[in-house]
Ligand binder design. Structure first.
Ligand code: PMP
Length: 383
């Protein structure tokens, strides 16, 4: 386990006066404080001793039923007994690593991929394969070429919806091709979907798990639609795998806080999210639009990006001669922070890539921050 250079660098981005586009945090304005207050009082009034007692490792029954019904609404064939409530979906990644990865076992990831997944899997010492990817996701031919002779690639970790870090969305045709390729290569998929509800104009196509239930482990989270401080996520696994994940979960923390599970169930049981999530989409879309404008206005020629259709992130490729990691100290000195793309690659990082969050600053601050970034890059390029 190696220390993260990135974490050291990003410490300085919290300095007062620095406009940070580096955060991976949802906007705190979206947290439903009043609904949480009422639900907390109700749980403490109705079932205080049950809520404060140890509980089942699988999770709170009514919440598992809710998750199963919610996922059936997205086209998944899921029964509540396949739903494991986890302490954030980050714990789901850890459990999957524990159960499926041995030292030296091949694990495939997208290029680039979620840094937190690389960190979760790494202690189990996998041999990472970076699957070549384009703006639509991993390339089917690269999946077909994964090693599938015994012991085989343990799984391919994929983020089809508004990926962290690139913001990309896997279109319908690519989803079908990815499934076909994974089936041909006999490589199971681990599908991580914390951002799928945060679409702006149209919902994403159905999850991969809806098409290949026996070959996909699916993960969801309440972090981006309610609040990350609750640490509530879930894993849906094929029946053969579920007992192993449950065993790992039990050993890890016995169960996810039952109090939090009951409070969240109380908040969401009568359709709260159907009213609440559209307000998050509307807020984030305004901020996304502000960044679209700011980038067009302030970035030097040669900077590349695609406008994300949901989620929280833009992914930029800076002009030639602009190494993102090396330029970060200058950017911070100028008053703006971003995340360099390098740590999101398992191999061969593209040093000109940058992740920008558009959800933590106001539209006016986004304009100011992007203008500062543009200024730093122009100065570096002697423009
Ligand atoms: N997966 C991805 C792709 C993420 O971006 C995050 C949060 N940054 C997580 C999983 C973990 O989310 P949580 O544990 O809060 O559910």
């Amino acid at each position: 386990m190696n220390p993260s250079i990135l974490r050291e660098i990003l410490k300085v981005t919290d300095r007062p006066g620095v406009l940070s586009l580096a955060g991976g945090l949802p906007s705190p304005h979206t947290f439903p404080v009043e609904a949480m207050r009422e639900a907390t009082a109700k749980v403490l009034a109705d079932a205080p001793r049950e809520a404060l007692q140890y509980a089942a490792s699988e999770g709170f029954g009514p919440l598992r039923d809710w998750v199963a019904a919610h996922l059936r609404g997205m086209g998944l064939k899921v029964e509540a007994h396949q739903v494991l409530i986890t302490t954030g979906s980050q714990q789901g990644l850890d459990l999957v690593g524990k159960v499926l990865v041995d030292s030296g076992a091949p694990v495939a990831v997208e290029t680039p991929t979620y840094l937190g997944a690389l960190q979760a899997f790494s202690p189990f010492e996998p041999l990472f394969t970076s699957v070549a990817s384009d703006l639509d996701g991993p390339l089917p031919d690269a999946i077909r070429a994964l090693p599938h002779d015994a012991p085989g690639t343990r799984f391919l970790y994929v983020l089809p919806n508004f990926q962290n870090p690139t913001g990309r969305l896997m279109p319908e045709a690519r989803r079908q091709a990815v499934i076909a390729a994974a089936q041909a290569a006999r490589v199971p998929l681990v599908e991580d979907n914390p951002y799928g509800d945060l679409w702006f104009d149209a919902p994403p196509p159905p999850p991969l798990a809806a098409r290949w239930p026996e070959g996909v482990v699916y993960m969801g989270s309440f972090s981006k639609v309610l609040a990350p401080g609750l640490r509530l996520g879930y894993v849906v696994a094929p029946p053969e795998l579920f007992p192993k994940l449950l065993q790992a979960k039990q050993a890890a923390d016995l169960h996810t806080p039952g109090f939090n599970q009951r409070v969240v169930y109380e908040v969401i049981k009568d359709g709260f999210l159907d009213r609440h999530v559209p307000t998050i989409r509307a807020l984030y879309k305004t901020q996304r639009d502000a960044m679209v404008q700011a980038l067009a206005q302030h970035m030097p020629a040669g900077t590349e990006w695609r406008v994300p259709q949901g989620g929280m992130f833009f992914w930029l490729r800076l002009p030639e001669g602009c190494p993102a990691l090396a330029l970060l100290p200058q950017a911070v000195a100028a008053g703006v922070a971003y995340v360099p793309g390098e740590p999101f690659y398992a191999h061969a990082p593209d040093s000109r890539t940058v992740r920008l969050s558009f959800v933590t600053l106001t539209p006016a601050q986004i304009d100011e921050a992007v203008a500062l970034l543009g200024h730093v890059l122009r100065r570096h390029l002697n423009e």
